[in-house]
Ligand binder design. Structure first.
Ligand code: GLA
Length: 388
């Protein structure tokens, strides 16, 4: 059952007499390469997925906004945006994204929107597939279309969704996920220059290769605090170098080390400097269908995220090591913020089963219980036909 099917099933079971008003969808994403550099204006290579978050919209007789999250089996009522949520405190769960959207909407306080039931379901659990940006953007599309938020599109919409995470939820994230989801391509990855927010499609013919997405069995934990800590460490290093805090330094890692020594700040900066070079190499390899070159950049990226940026966990390391030592795998890495969750492996299609078996062995599981799928591009966030 797709996420949309689950929301429709709720409608048919709970409110069969209601006439649906619309359906909206925002994909998740993997990042081929370029992690933890978006907030320093780096260039990154994400690809949206055919998995995401669906929101089904039903009218209500009152003037309240009710959100039903089927995956958490929870429900919350959001009344008039400013009356109830202008000063809402954070609860540390999905409600913060909804109250963040309402709080940061910059319309003049007027009438609340019409009464709505928003039925939400997604298939991005586990960490690393951008479930939060997908959730925020799917809800934003539904709320914009039905009078609860000022309508925005393109980069403005992406920035608004990011502001919800940074200013309301409290994760100092970059703009990669929101731009990838708003501008996602159905032909492959996109290259995002996070300094200018320019997005370029990178259509890809994978020939006999595919991107296998595998969960390491360990959900992401305590990620927000650690994520913000990495950003602070980078900031400290950049300030010590007398450089802007929001740009990858135009220095070699050796020059940074000479000035900062071998401490944590220098290692964090070595990751961002080298990751940016790997993205450029990967993009060239992708254009030339040099799969070994692309795979090598991915595996080197994982090592850098593990050793210099320290955002991997043993299960992700074991999974990546098992994949890359299997013939037919060109390279593998964690994808997204790290701290658990999903990894990606570039593999020959014919080697898929062997890679999965090796990964399962390394994680001490049977291949049948290994959560995995083959990445398929998901296009951009959009409204769906709710009648079909
Ligand atoms: C999370 C953030 C992004 C980005 C990645 C790491 O997904 O939301 O902005 O920093 O981590 O690349």
């Amino acid at each position: 059952m797709t996420a949309l099917d689950r929301t429709r099933a709720w409608w048919l079971a709970q409110r069969p007499d209601a006439v649906p008003l619309g359906a909206y969808w925002a994909p998740g994403r993997i990042n081929l390469i370029g992690d933890h550099i978006d907030y320093l204006g780096g260039t990154v290579l994400p690809m949206t997925l055919d998995r995401g978050t669906a929101v089904f919209v039903l009218p209500r007789a009152d003037r309240e906004l009710h959100v039903h999250t089927l995956d958490a089996a929870e429900h919350a009522c959001f009344g008039h945006p400013r009356a109830d949520h202008g000063s809402a405190s954070r609860q540390g769960n999905w409600r913060d994204f909804v109250s963040g959207l309402l709080t940061l909407d910059d319309r003049q306080p007027t009438e609340p929107g019409p009464g709505l039931d928003l039925i939400v379901s997604g298939d991005l659990a586990g960490g690393g597939l951008s479930s939060s940006a997908s959730f925020t953007l799917a809800l934003a599309l539904a709320m914009m279309a039905h009078g609860w938020l000022r309508p925005l599109t393109g980069n403005e919409l992406a920035r608004f969704a990011r502001a919800v995470e940074v200013e309301h939820v409290g994760t100092a994230c970059g703009l990669m996920d929101q731009l990838a989801i708003v501008h996602g391509s159905d032909m492959g990855a996109v290259a995002i220059d996070c300094a200018t927010a320019d997005v370029t499609e990178v259509p890809t013919d994978w020939q006999d290769r595919e991107l296998l997405v595998i969960h390491c069995g360990q959900p992401r934990r305590l990620a927000d605090a650690a994520y913000n800590q990495r950003r602070a460490e980078l900031g400290r290093g950049l300030v010590a170098l007398g450089l802007p805090e929001d740009r990858i330094p135009g220095l070699s890692s050796e020059a940074v080390e000479l000035r900062l020594g071998k401490g944590v700040e220098a290692r964090r900066l070595r990751h961002v400097i080298s990751e940016q070079q790997r993205v450029l190499a990967a993009r060239e390899a992708l254009a030339g269908k040099d799969w070994q070159g692309l795979g090598a950049a991915m595996t080197a990226s994982h090592s850098s995220l593990r050793d210099d940026f320290e955002v991997s966990v043993p299960a992700l390391d074991a999974l990546v090591a098992a994949a890359v030592s299997t013939p037919g795998c060109d390279g593998a890495r964690l994808t997204g913020a790290g701290f658990g969750g999903w990894a990606i492996a570039l593999v020959q299609r014919a080697a898929r089963e062997k890679v999965l078996r090796a990964a399962a062995d390394a994680l001490d599981r049977s291949p049948r219980t290994l959560d995995h799928f083959v990445a398929s591009p998901g296009g951009a966030a959009r409204s769906l036909d709710h009648r079909s």
